[in-house]
Design a protein around this ligand. Structure first.
Ligand code: HPA
Length: 271
């Protein structure tokens, strides 16, 4: 990775009016509506930002949106890059480094995930407390990583304790049920077999998805406090596994979305 490329991406965005955002937000599958809450939005399509990963066809709608929510300057990623689309670890985490260089002080992440913990149900939300990286690589495994931060990044508490506790209080105050647990990341795009769901449970995962962990590793590399919430879109019961319906996964994420928007909006207010 090259510092001057990041600088060029940032210069383009600053020139478009992305002025000192305080909070960066990554919106997951079916969870894009928070952007409707942004006042005075300015957007930049990923395809137009210098050195951003080149978007695939189905990904043409991806963009960064800047503006304010509750008087806080935010920059929101509407759509993220996934390993399963053929991007590498540096590609998918490049936007995190760009948002950090723009000046964000906190990072919020959302995703859609499968429920491994069968006490959790479709449509539940889960605050991620810890994770298991099963993607077979790292966004920090590159030659000059030392120029960007500590190679052996500490991961003893990857999810910010203070934001987690604020988010749980907000959930309680608004009567929104939020579970807590461990998120395991896989490459995908195929869903898991019954044997894999059994394995994930034995490993200690409560949820499984195809994103988030690389972004969180880079946030930690940058000492950027991060909070992440999964919307559980399917129940991964190895003893009663139904064929996956991606349409249903997206529909459940969209149905849960207003609660997610509320949580993030309130958390923005409190920071
Ligand atoms: N597995 C992996 N990723 C997912 C799932 C799942 O069951 N549901 C939503 N994203």
């Amino acid at each position: 990775m090259i510092q001057s490329q990041l600088e060029e991406s940032v210069a383009y965005l600053k020139n478009k009016g992305f002025d000192k955002p305080e909070i960066g937000i990554v919106l997951g599958t079916g969870l894009g509506k928070l952007v409707d809450k942004i006042e005075d939005p300015v957007d930049a399509h990923y395809n137009h930002i210098p050195f951003f990963p080149l978007a695939t066809v189905e990904f043409h709608s991806g963009k960064l949106v800047y503006g304010s929510i509750s008087d806080k300057k935010v920059v929101v990623m509407q759509g993220r890059f996934h390993l399963y689309e053929g991007y590498d670890f540096l590609d998918i985490t490049y936007p995190i480094r760009v948002m950090h260089m723009l000046g964000i002080k906190k990072l919020f992440i959302s995703n859609a995930a499968g429920a491994i913990n069968l006490d959790f149900k479709k449509g539940d939300m889960m605050l991620i407390e810890d994770h298991i990286n099963l993607q077979g690589g790292s966004p920090l495994a590159f030659k000059n990583v030392g120029q960007f931060g500590e190679r052996f990044a500490d991961m003893s508490e990857p999810y910010d304790v203070d934001m987690r506790s604020k988010l749980m209080s907000i959930a309680k105050a608004n009567d929104i049920s939020v579970k807590t647990g461990v998120y395991a990341s896989v490459v995908g795009p195929q869903l898991e077999t019954k044997a894999e769901y059994r394995m994930l449970k034995i490993l200690g995962a409560d949820a499984v998805g195809m994103s988030t962990v690389p972004e969180v590793i880079v946030a930690n590399h940058l000492s950027l406090p991060v909070v992440a919430v999964s919307v559980l879109t399917d129940e991964c019961d190895p003893n009663d596994l139904k064929p996956v319906d991606i349409g249903e996964i997206i529909a459940i994420a969209e149905k849960t979305e207003p609660k997610m928007v509320k949580l993030f909006q309130e958390l923005i207010k409190q920071l």
